[in-house]
Ligand binder design. Structure first.
Ligand code: NAD
Ligand code: UGA
Length: 464
């Protein structure tokens, strides 16, 4: 029998968009996304599609089409679990902040809680799908929990990691390069995997749906992120070399990216990568390698993070050094707070670290981001715990209109590559600023020659 009812536990950046697209493409399947977070679920149910809890281009249209038809958002977790034939676990798996593996291993407490809840509530057989990013061999632990605490119900566990990137999630889901399904190579495992691949086959061609064993699937997800982040750290390492040799990192990226074996994507030099997953997943990979005693493997991948930390710090340091080695009392405008364009997600955003560095040098920081509200900016800074909440409030101003930011500022630092920054009237911005006026382009998106001709002193990452 094919799947009729899906439950997804976790209505976040993955659960929300992923299930919305499944519901859109499979009107014959009821999809219920559940979460413990009442405000988040209320926002998913808001009549005003501009108030969905995450900003993702095209998401509003997909939710608008499917919600209320076969897509539902609810806080009734037990009910949704019990009614489902297939349960996706899409909860957060952050880096552990305590105990063994602190700062490296993935914290699986939310995953385990889901497994225990499913085991307690389920009265019919279920297919459990690991959608969250998990350490290799997590399915083994899930199986033990489900089988030892269940009530005679049969569970089949599949690994189906998600490869969407924020900002392009809907396109990534509707036109996925590949979907990965990891399953046990048994009659039951193969049958369960068929039910999941049949769902994706509603909109993806068979060659895009890959089947592997469970462990390959789990490890491939961590590996894909490690390879992508490694490319960013590689080009960022070269950006520093470009700056001292007068090579231009954008030209180098184009030159090497034209080799079809290397390819052009993920070669954009930047202030450093951010986001909720690259750092967390590489740290997890490093931790796994260490637990198997593979120290060289662990050191190799850790270097990707070390390079990224260096790049964030280097950018902030460059600002201070260029502003005559002191930013104390100087007004510095940060353009962009999200970790990349077209998302309101700020997790691990480089802007947070740049701001923190500048604040430690007693700068006055003004932040503008088209999609990030002021509460989020303050919460991100408070989370670092470098200074008190009241100090953060008094040193940082968040504006919702960029024009308010520039007046009497000493410098502008581009931290996110939002398109709108490119179309600003830089002549009038220059007029508003104190002279000499500085621009630090941490995303290499602005026309630096034009800015220089206006009168700005400019730095663009990776340009000599
Ligand atoms: P998120 O924090 O945005 O969402 C997770 C949600 O799960 C939260 O709303 C939380 O309240 C809910 N939750 C936690 N425990 C719960 C429970 N027991 N019952 C009900 N709800 C519960 O996280 P996310 O960004 O969606 O990431 C989820 C997983 O997907 C992570 O493992 C992540 O590594 C992976 N992933 C993320 C992305 C991305 O772009 N964000 C892409 C691919 C994979
Ligand atoms: C990344 C992966 O691209 C997804 O495939 C994966 O599913 C996801 O992580 C995850 O597991 O969470 P995401 O973090 O949303 O997606 O965004 P990316 O587009 O990968 O960008 C990550 C960071 O790298 C951003 O800060 C971005 O600005 C930076 N970046 C990216 C660069 O600095 N240069 C580049 O060339 C590309």
């Amino acid at each position: 029998m094919s799947v009729k009812n899906i439950c997804c536990i976790g209505a976040g950046y993955v659960g929300g968009p992923t299930m919305s697209v499944i519901a859109q493409k499979c009107p014959h399947i009821n999809v219920t996304v559940v979460d413990l977070n009442k405000e988040r679920i209320a926002a998913w149910n808001d009549e005003d599609l501009n108030k969905l809890p995450i900003y993702e281009p095209g998401l509003d249209a997909v939710v608008g089409e499917a919600r209320g038809r076969n897509l539902f958002f609810s806080t009734e977790v037990d009910k949704a679990i019990d009614e489902a034939d297939m349960i996706f676990i899409s909860v957060n798996t952050p880096t552990k902040t305590y105990g063994v593996g602190k700062g490296m291993a993935a914290d699986l407490k939310f995953i385990e809680l889901c497994a225990r809840q499913i085991a307690r509530v389920a009265t019919t057989n279920k297919i459990i799908v690991e959608k969250s990013t998990l350490p290799v061999r997590t399915a083994e632990a899930l199986k033990r929990i489900l089988e030892n605490t269940g009530n005679g119900v049969q569970f089949d566990i599949l690994s189906n990691p998600e490869f969407l990137a924020e900002g392009t999630a809907i396109e990534d889901l509707q036109n996925a390069d590949r979907v990965l399904v990891g399953r046990e190579n048994t009659e039951r495992g193969i049958a369960a995997a068929k039910k999941l691949t049949d769902i994706y086959a509603n909109w993806l061609t068979p060659e895009r749906i890959l089947t592997t064993n469970v462990w390959s699937s789990e490890l491939s997800k961590l590996t894909a992120n490690a390879f992508l982040a490694q490319r960013v750290s590689s080009i960022n390492a070269l950006s520093e070399l470009c700056e001292v040799t007068e090579a231009d990192v954008n030209e180098v990226a184009r030159a090497i990216g034209s080799d079809s074996r290397i390819g052009p994507k993920f070669l954009k030099a930047s202030v450093g990568f951010g986001g909720s997953c690259f750092q967390k997943d590489i740290l997890n990979l490093v931790y796994i390698a260490k637990t198997y005693g593979l120290d060289e493997v662990a050191d190799y991948w850790e270097q990707v993070i070390i390079m990224n930390d260096h790049q964030k710090r280097r950018f902030a340091k460059k600002i201070v050094e260029t502003l005559f080695n002191t930013v104390s009392g100087k007004k510095i405008v940060l353009l962009g707070w999200a970790f990349k364009k077209d998302t309101n997600d700020t997790r691990e955003s480089p802007a947070i670290y740049v701001a923190d560095y500048l604040l430690s040098e007693q700068a006055e920081v003004v932040v503008y981001d088209p999609k990030v509200p002021s509460e989020k900016v303050y919460a991100d800074l408070d989370y670092l715990n470098t200074r008190s909440e009241s100090e953060n409030k008094s040193l940082v101003t968040v504006v919702s209109n960029p024009a308010e930011a520039f007046k009497d500022s000493h410098a502008i630092a581009v931290c996110t590559e939002w398109d709108e920054f490119k179309s600003y009237d830089w002549n009038s911005i220059y007029d508003d600023m104190l002279k000499p006026a500085f621009v630090f382009d941490g995303r290499a998106i602005l026309d630096i020659d034009n800015l220089k001709s206006i009168g700005f002193d400019c730095y663009s990452v990776g340009k000599g």
